[in-house]
Design a protein. Structure first.
Length: 267
């Protein structure tokens, strides 16, 4: 993971501060991921329901990138047997272990203790180095912790200047849970926002780069998705400039609890 900084999880393990999302990265998954690996993308996010695991596995194998140099995140669904799904995810990816396994979303009526227990077992057996959650509210995370004493390392949630939550940020700070930011580019819906465009111009960068950098500088971990090579190149080209504190405050002020997916499930 040369060049891209790492951050420490509450287990002591390290995770890159930035990665590639792969939802709907199905046009040529293996080819796109191979190109991303060549550019130095240090982390890939997938899920059992994205259909991208086999292509990611092929790209990793072909790339010659050492297993220790690429960080893989995947997920189990709320109706799964989490332990069994972990094993089938590994088969699809062609890997012995993943770095991070998440519960994709909480089940409809509860925190998903059974799912969590399945992931704890998978972790104890070395199938996942770390485990975490996605789309969880603070209350639901509390429930998991109370029943298991196992604190998730990550809550993967929709997170951008246009949609974030101070309460979630404070909670995650206290529990040393990293916020992994999905749809960090608002699925492009807010890239033309005039206030964002003005800040991007000031730094001679694009709106997408400002959104990615806003996350990284505040300790959130963005996983933008890009099919197009020029987007892949642009999204990783964010490690040679710094948004000022004042502009970070302006960007934080754009919060309107916006969600590209419909609603923020944690807010
Ligand atoms: N845990 C969950 O429930 C959950 C939910 C949603 C997403 N996720 C994860 O988060 C990842 C990212 O979220 P997302 O895919 O929803 O949305 P996103 O990353 O906010 O946006 C993706 C869109 O942005 C475009 N794009 C990428 N780079 C760009 C650039 N530099 N300039 C202009 N446009 C650019 C992409 O275009 P092209 O593809 O044409 O290049 C694509 O249309 C997903 O792929 C998935 O891995 C997780």
């Amino acid at each position: 993971m040369a060049g891209i900084p790492l951050l420490k999880l509450n287990t002591g393990n390290m995770m890159p501060v930035f990665g590639l999302g792969t939802w709907q990265l199905t046009r040529d998954t293996a080819g796109t991921v191979a190109y991303a690996l060549k550019l130095g993308y240090p982390m890939i996010d997938t899920s059992s329901d994205y259909g991208t695991q086999p292509g990611i596995g092929r790209a990793i194998k072909k790339s010659g990138v050492g297993r220790g140099s690429i960080y893989i995140v995947t997920k189990v669904e709320e109706t799964d047997d989490a332990y069994a799904r972990t094993k089938s995810n590994l088969r699809e990816l062609g890997l012995e272990y993943v770095d991070l396994m998440l519960i994709h979303r909480p089940p409809f009526t509860a925190a998903g203790q059974e799912l969590w227990d399945g992931l704890i077992q998978a972790k104890h057996e070395g199938l996942a180095r770390d485990i975490g959650v996605s789309n969880y509210s603070t209350g639901l995370i509390d429930e998991l912790i109370a029943a298991s004493d196992e604190v998730p390392v990550v809550n993967q949630i929709e997170w951008s200047p246009f949609g974030h939550s101070e309460e979630m940020e404070k909670y995650c700070d206290e529990k040393e849970i990293i916020i992994q930011a999905y749809s960090p580019l608002t699925r492009t819906n807010r890239l033309e926002d005039e206030r964002l465009v003005q800040i991007a111009k000031k730094y001679n960068r694009t709106s997408a780069q400002i959104l990615i950098r806003w996350n990284i500088q505040q300790g959130y971990v963005p996983i933008p998705k890009a099919n197009q090579r020029k987007h892949l190149e642009e999204d990783i080209d964010v490690f040679d400039f710094e948004i000022s504190k004042r502009d970070l405050i302006v960007l934080n002020g754009l919060n309107e609890r916006y969600s590209a997916l419909g609603s923020l499930p944690y807010a």
